[in-house]
Ligand binder design. Structure first.
Ligand code: SAH
Ligand code: SF4
Ligand code: F3S
Length: 482
């Protein structure tokens, strides 16, 4: 993708084109001149460093930023201290995500005092909140560039503007109905990739900030998704992760509506693609058609992330989740009937306003019934502007912490029991890397998303191999290649 743009044909003395992505290619050409000058001054290629703070969609956005930076002449730094350009792609789903950003900004300020050509950019979900941008303007004036989630594709244009004017650039859009395709990206792994199938969220769960910072739900056209995946496969990708806040409602807003299950069927036909994953499924929209397509598929991984959030119908209603405890349990039963070997994971929040011990017991009951392979557990975090933030009955932190600890130990003891169920079976594994701690071992991922470590040669990275699972170590296996 990055080599497809022919910069020698772009005349930067002319006015910029209005249509996208040509406009961004024009600004990339402009940025290239500045970066070349910097390169001459430094006597080496300038380096960039991106830090992703959020979810997989945030990570995919970082790959786009990296793709643009490489296109304009930067190379990736292996550590932040070496960089000439640092970008933080922020998350605001919980307060601690925000605090991490502010903490790191203090360090960056010190770094910038020593290296005055250092550029600092902030983008992502946190920037969509006006009070954050206000705080940055007042107390973090060294930041060069601030933009949001909706105009990320304009990164080159904003950067060109910063480089030419020398001023701080702040550009945040409230929302957009635009989806700009064909922006370069630099994948973290050569053999697997995230693929956005939709943007935004319309569900407005009452605790959640995402619909406010990511805007209204919009689906990409199926032809564009298929074209992107075909190109990725040509480029060596064997596994794709389809990304959306609620993939089960994919296609509802398209001119010619299309179901997620139908999209999966089309993707499955792509030759050379070996594995398909997706995130996240909202229980309220999970269709029988999807269960059917999944259970017949040879490429869709036997893993479903199905956020529960709470096991109490009363709390679920206050959360605006639009399912009851019983409906959730029935759905799980139906899915398990169709795919007994499916691995199920979930997200759970404790301490939502008004949650009683009885409500919490309902949550424990559901996790004991479902027996998740693993669960992400969160303490409720009050997000300004969401309905839950102004609800009565906010729970004192010590009670939240106590429930959280009890939940975590319940979840962990169940997943320890569940994890070992495939011991002594042979599983297909996508080899991802050399093991971090022991270079004689490789680390691979099974269809159910668990990791397995086994002796092997680094030349296997990026391929699918069969591994016999010898021993379960809690949340991973040790195995041998067969
Ligand atoms: N769209 C996805 C989730 C995106 S956010 C879905 O609906 O499943 C990821 C997880 O963060 C959520 O599932 C939820 O468990 C958690 N979360 C979101 N807002 C939160 C908040 N205010 N406090 C604590 N956890 C939260
Ligand atoms: Fe947030 Fe709910 Fe949308 Fe998920 S579905 S992003 S939890 S509002
Ligand atoms: Fe965070 Fe934004 Fe993702 S708030 S979880 S980075 S959509």
């Amino acid at each position: 993708m990055n080599d497809k743009i022919d910069f020698s044909r772009i005349d930067c003395t002319k006015e910029p084109p209005l249509e996208e992505p040509a406009r961004q290619y024009y600004y990339m050409a402009k940025c290239r001149r500045h970066v070349r000058k910097l390169e001459q001054k430094l006597g080496r290629r300038p380096l960039f460093f991106t830090q992703t703070f959020g979810c997989q969609m945030n990570a995919r956005d970082s790959e786009k930023l990296a793709g643009i930076l490489e296109c304009i002449g930067y190379a990736e730094a292996s550590k932040e201290e070496d960089a000439d350009f640092v970008i933080y792609n922020t998350c605001t789903v919980r307060e601690n995500a925000n605090q991490r950003v502010y903490g790191r900004l203090g360090q960056l300020n010190r770094m910038k005092k020593k290296k005055n050509h250092l550029l600092v950019a902030l983008c992502g979900c946190m920037m969509q909140e006006p009070h954050v941008v206000e705080k940055l303007k007042q107390s973090y004036r060294f930041v060069d560039l601030i933009f949001g989630t909706h105009n990320l594709y304009r990164f080159a244009e904003l950067l060109a503007c910063r480089l030419e004017s020398g001023r701080t650039i702040i550009d945040i859009w409230k929302d957009t109905d635009k989806i700009v395709e064909e922006i370069p990206s630099d994948r973290k792994f050569p053999f697997k990739s995230g693929v956005n199938i939709m943007f935004g969220c319309n569900n407005f769960c009452s605790y959640c900030i995402v619909p406010y910072v990511r805007g209204r739900e919009r689906s990409r056209n199926p032809e564009d998704i298929l074209r992107e995946i075909r190109a990725l496969v040509q480029d060596g990708v064997v596994e794709v992760m389809l990304l959306g806040q609620n993939v089960n409602s994919y296609g509802k807003t398209l001119k010619e509506p299309m179901s997620f299950a139908k999209l999966l069927t089309e993707i499955e036909r792509i030759e050379g693609l070996r594995r398909i994953r997706f995130m996240t499924s909202h229980p309220k929209d999970l269709s029988d058609e999807l269960i059917d397509v999944m259970s017949r598929s040879t490429k869709i991984c036997r893993h479903l992330h199905l956020p529960l959030q709470s096991g109490s119908t009363r709390i679920l209603e206050k959360m605006n989740r639009r399912y009851t405890k019983e409906q959730y349990l029935e759905l799980v039963e139906k899915i398990r009937r169709a795919m007994p070997d499916l691995s199920l994971t979930t997200d759970i929040i404790v301490g939502f306003p008004g949650e009683t011990e009885e409500d919490f017991q309902d949550t424990l009951e559901v996790i004991k019934k479902v027996r998740y392979d693993s669960a992400f557990t969160f303490q409720y975090s009050r997000r300004t502007g969401t309905p839950a933030a102004s609800m009565e009955g906010q729970i004192p932190p010590e009670i939240v912490k106590d429930r959280f600890d009890r939940l975590l130990s319940a979840v962990q003891s169940i997943s320890n029991e569940v994890c070992g169920r495939d011991t002594k079976t042979i599983q297909e594994v996508l080899v991802e890397s050399v093991n971090d701690h022991d270079p004689s071992l490789l680390t691979g991922r099974m269809g159910n998303n668990l990791l397995v470590h086994f002796p092997g040669d680094a030349s296997c990275i990026g391929t699918l191999v069969n591994v016999k699972l010898e021993e379960c170590k809690g949340f991973y296996y040790l195995g041998t290649q067969v």
